[in-house]
Design a protein around this ligand. Structure first.
Ligand code: PRT
Ligand code: MG
Length: 209
């Protein structure tokens, strides 16, 4: 049995065509079902549908052999416990700082609202900027509007969300795409089936660019 952890939403939407090219097709649509384990057309391959931020955890502990997760989530989690063999090139965006259009840095300790606490801390320390990181779980765009923070660190794709809230992107912290991650033990105990799958995915991704 090969178990692949994915999150619902944009990663799932983008991963589905890649998996289909590899001949793997879920037999249940997660949007029309409450099931968290999706069987596929292969009796020995199943998908786990979980929160994006939980994918590295399931894979590190071996509850899933493999997973698909954004580089943002992996970098924040800490990638040491996982193999990350393939950049799938899907669900692309950028991790950026953003602020109100009229915001001018004061030189005082910067207040930063984000769900990427570690990445934000590392970034501002690297820039030599004194910062206080405020952990949020969503709707980061609101924080600068109501005085909770000077800037946010969040993902930006089209920029429409920032724009709709009177914010603008300032600095790019890193380019993001989704990666295939593999449990370290599965790499050994399921070597044949895992390496076959990786080779196939590598070919499919390479053929796309
Ligand atoms: O739902 P849950 O809290 O579990 O996690 P999640 O909301 O992070 O999941 P999901 O499915 O929204 O995102 C999963 C992954 O998709 C992220 O970890 C990224 O790797 C990737 N991704 C790619 C994005 C975006 N693009 C993106 N634009 N994730 C989120 N966004 C959000 C962003 O946070 C902001 O609110 O979209 C908004 C900005 O989009 P634009 O187009 O308006 O700039
Ligand atoms: Mg979400």
């Amino acid at each position: 049995m090969l178990t692949l952890a994915v999150s619902k939403g944009r990663i799932y939407e983008d991963a589905l065509p890649l998996l289909a090219e590899a001949g793997i097709v879920p037999t249940i649509d997660p949007d029309k079902s409450r099931k968290l384990i999706l069987p596929t057309n292969h009796i020995d391959i199943r998908l786990l549908v979980i929160r994006a931020t939980d994918v590295p955890t399931y894979v590190e502990y071996g509850a899933a052999d493999m997973g698909i997760a954004g580089k943002d989530v992996l970098a924040e989690y800490g990638d040491e416990g996982l193999y990350e063999p393939i950049d799938l090139g899907i669900a692309r965006c950028r991790l950026m700082t953003a602020a109100r259009r009229d915001y001018v840095p004061s030189g005082q300790r910067l207040r930063v609202a984000t769900k990427y606490v570690k990445l934000a801390q590392r970034y501002f320390a690297g820039q030599g900027v004194q910062s206080e990181i405020i952990k949020l779980y969503g709707s980061m765009e609101l924080a600068p509007l109501v005085g909770l923070a000077d800037v946010i660190v969040d993902l930006v794709d089209t920029g429409n969300t920032l724009k709709a809230n009177g914010l603008e992107a300032r600095e790019e912290i890193m380019a993001i795409s989704s990666r295939l991650v593999v449990n370290k033990a599965a790499m050994k105990t399921k070597h044949q089936v895992v390496s076959d799958f990786l080779r196939r995915m590598e070919q499919i991704v390479a053929a796309r660019v």
